[in-house]
Design a protein around this ligand. Structure first.
Ligand code: HEM
Ligand SMILES: CC(C)=CCC/C(C)=C/CC/C(C)=C/COP(=O)(O)OP(=O)(O)O
Length: 310
């Protein structure tokens, strides 16, 4: 029987997809922070945008991010079925066929890019298209299965959303939006490798060359600390470069110090440490860290807009 026929047999065996399965294809929890960073990029851009256009732009970025998640799950269906962490996802569990996920992702990608390009501006539309392409083709189809540096380069896909948000307002890429890109780009390796440390058996079973699988836990711990030491000062760049307040700089410095302290605790872990609490703590803190940095930038921007309006 053909793959598609088998897929259909699975789906008709009582595993029919529900709307929540299609929502799961969008990776909503991961993408929520991605879209938040895009909102901050949009709000920090000079000049402002009509609320309707701003909402449309954010909707397109959210739908585009979801589309990239669905296309990532379509392509990764084989390894997702092998890894415990992902085996319950809609495609490996037979609730959605690969063909349905592919059609769903392509439709959402085409819709979001076209709407953003026509309703907001072409530069933002092209940047969104490139981000989707980078995540689905460059990262998921090529880097992820080829090199232990997969998430370092692939991390660029996750760092583009604030650049797309900024371009939605200005129609261009600026030095400040590149700084926002850098903050996420340098954040991604410690964010992900902390997780990969306690999920390395999954990746080994799936044959994915993640750093802990290829170079071992000691090298992974070393690189987590290295990237964390680079990330901490980059988080303070908005103040250093004059587009955030001194108060933001102090808070970002404290958060960066906390990030480095957690990374040092990971670095000091023993290979025999099965619980891997320091790695789990760093992974959880990495999400809070990025959210707090971008939330502080957003609050500052809103205060300045209100102050300007009053
Ligand atoms: C190549 C870059 C990235 C990789 C390889 C990566 C990898 C992962 C993985 C494997 C998970 C666990 C997800 C799960 O088990 O369902 C995760 C969780 C998460 N990631 Fe990342 N991530 C990346 C970039 C980002 C970016 C750019 C953001 C946001 C700006 C982000 C935000 C999150 C959030 C919020 C979670 C927690 C989701 C949950 O609680 O289920 N990630 N990441
Ligand atoms: C606007 C737009 C297109 C935004 C996309 C932003 C983006 C690329 C975020 C990265 C999210 C992520 C979990 C990557 C890991 O994929 P994985 O396949 O390594 O993770 P998995 O194993 O959990 O599927």
């Amino acid at each position: 029987m053909s793959d598609i026929h088998l897929d259909r047999v699975d789906a008709e065996a009582g595993n029919l997809a529900s709307p929540s399965d299609y929502i799961a294809l969008l990776k909503p929890r991961v993408m929520s922070l991605v879209v938040f960073t895009a909102l901050v990029g949009m709000m920090m851009a000079p000049g402002g945008i009509h609320p309707v256009l701003g909402f449309t732009a954010l909707l397109c970025i959210a739908v585009g991010a979801g589309a990239s998640g669905a296309l990532n799950m379509w392509y990764d269906a084989d390894i997702d079925a092998i890894m415990k962490r992902t085996s319950g996802r809609p495609i490996p569990s037979g609730r959605v066929t690969k063909g349905e996920a592919l059609a769903f992702g392509l439709t959402l990608a085409a819709f979001s890019v076209t709407l953003l390009a026509l309703f907001v501006n072409l530069v933002a539309g092209l940047l969104l298209a490139f981000t989707i392409f980078f995540y689905v083709v460059i990262y998921s189809m090529w880097l992820k299965r080829w090199t232990p540096q997969n998430i370092v380069i692939g991390g660029a896909a996750g760092a583009f959303p604030p650049v797309v948000g900024w371009a939605s307002v200005t129609g261009s890429v600026s030095f400040e939006s590149i700084v926002l890109f850098l903050m996420i780009f340098m954040w991604t390796p410690p964010h992900f490798w902390a997780l990969a440390m306690f999920k390395s058996d999954d990746y080994r079973r799936a044959g994915i060359p993640m750093l802990p699988v290829v170079s071992g836990l000691a090298e992974t711990r070393r690189q987590i600390l290295l990237y964390s030491l680079i990330l901490a000062p980059i988080g303070v760049l908005p103040t250093i470069l004059g587009f955030a307040s001194f108060a933001y700089g102090v808070a970002a410095s404290v958060l960066g110090l906390a990030f480095v302290i957690l990374a040092i605790r990971v670095y000091r872990m023993k290979d025999s440490d099965q619980a891997m609490l320091p790695a789990k703590r760093l992974f959880a803190f990495s999400i809070l860290y990025l959210f707090l940095l971008f939330a502080m930038l957003l609050v500052e921007r809103c205060i300045s807009l209100i102050g300007w309006a009053v």
